[in-house]
Design a protein around this ligand. Sequence first.
Ligand code: AMP
Ligand code: ZN
Length: 476
Amino acid sequence: MNKLYLYNTLTRQKEEFKAIKNNEAGLYTCGPTVYNYAHIGNLRSYIFEDILKRVLIYNGYNIKHVMNITDVGHLAGDMDMGEDKLEVGAKREGKSAWDIAKFYEKAFKGDIAKLNIAPPDIWCRATDNIPEQIDLIKKLEERGYTYKTSDGIYFDTSKFKDYTKLSHQKLEDLREGARVEKNPEKKNPTDFALWKFSYLNNPPTPISAGAKKRQMEWNSPWGVGFPGWHIECSAMSMKFLGSQLDIHCGGVDHINVHHTNEIAQSEAATGKKFFNYWMHGAFLNIAGGKKMAKSEENFLTLENALIKKGINPLAFRYAVLSVHYRKPMEWSEEAILNAQRGLEHLYNQVRKLKTQNSKLKTQDIDNNFKINFLAAINDDLNTPQALAVAQELLKSNLPDEEKLAAVLDFDKVLGLNIAGAIHESPLPDEIKKMVHNRQKAKEEKNFEKSDKLREEIEKSGYAVEDTKEEMRVFKK
Ligand code: AMP
Ligand code: ZN
């Protein structure tokens, strides 16, 4: 097997990947909180995780991939204060929390399909796995890691000695960060909820006078309530991956709180190491370096940032691949239009190859480009370099059939649907005619006519893009 190097947040270095069971690897990726659409920042993280999975498969691993759906317990503040985000969504839209979860889960699955992100082998919802979460909390209670306050059962982080091993921060700094959300009953600011009660002084006082009853709640040995956010990922990763706890991923915001707490409660409960590799994707920021977040009103969805504007969602995938996953990425209209051009250029280079059907098999591809491509992706998923190798290949003087076979092979990792794009049907005659007439109108500087034709082409379901050199028209 080739050597694959991945950056492990636990050790803060690139390490050679070694699976627990030979060539079988377990992958757990923290899934969406389904109270709203995923924004393109979230989607950047899922593209990074998809690339990781494809790279593992390309290297010959059999992957078992589990992704959770957070449909309860993620509170407005990551530190267990504020309202459950699902209940917030329910109020906002006048629907039940269950309907909100169902609706946005479906929307999320639609989004990832449009981005060519392969679905996990196992989807698991927090609400479908409540008994497993309760069992894990019971274990922690037996081992003396928990305490009770008026609003829930908490994990005592001072009892877990390696609490800072993932964040590499000083405990004091983590505590300082956690102090933002004040809860006078917590023994340490970093302590976190394992189970929250639906009512204060459980039972029976409602949280506040006149407060509505929670929609999502369950019986437990501690009283009616709901699980904290972190416990779901510990319980479900252990349930579905068993002992294959190889790689666990998320965005960088998960390092200091969510993943740190997952490690603490899992290792405290089992006495064993919880996941060998922890990988984190950097943020997508909007211009000026501000993080895109669902809780801010600055978030862009796949629909409003791309699809409505006639931009192929795979142009966003291409943009994401152009930046290394550990570097922050800045979103701008200009950047996405550049990516769209880059992707179309790549498709056109392949369309121009003299053969469109290569009989060569993967094992027949034996050239330096393949070696360089593998070296790039196996160096901690260096996708910008991998794209550069694909360009070098297409510009090289290798026979066309070999170029085609190699680029299609690379696309197993890149996921840009190159095969689909080259076999796409050409423009229908009536659209071709409109394009031709518009070109003429532009040359004659008849802008009114050219604008009208543009509208007509767009109404027929095609996107029009004018660059300095040419007009590009493609199916929306
Ligand atoms: P959530 O739906 O909020 O639970 O987040 C889903 C995933 O998106 C998690 O892995 C987060 O770490 C990640 N994430 C959140 N905001 C951003 C962002 N602006 N850029 C990249 N990833 C993000
Ligand atoms: Zn998680």
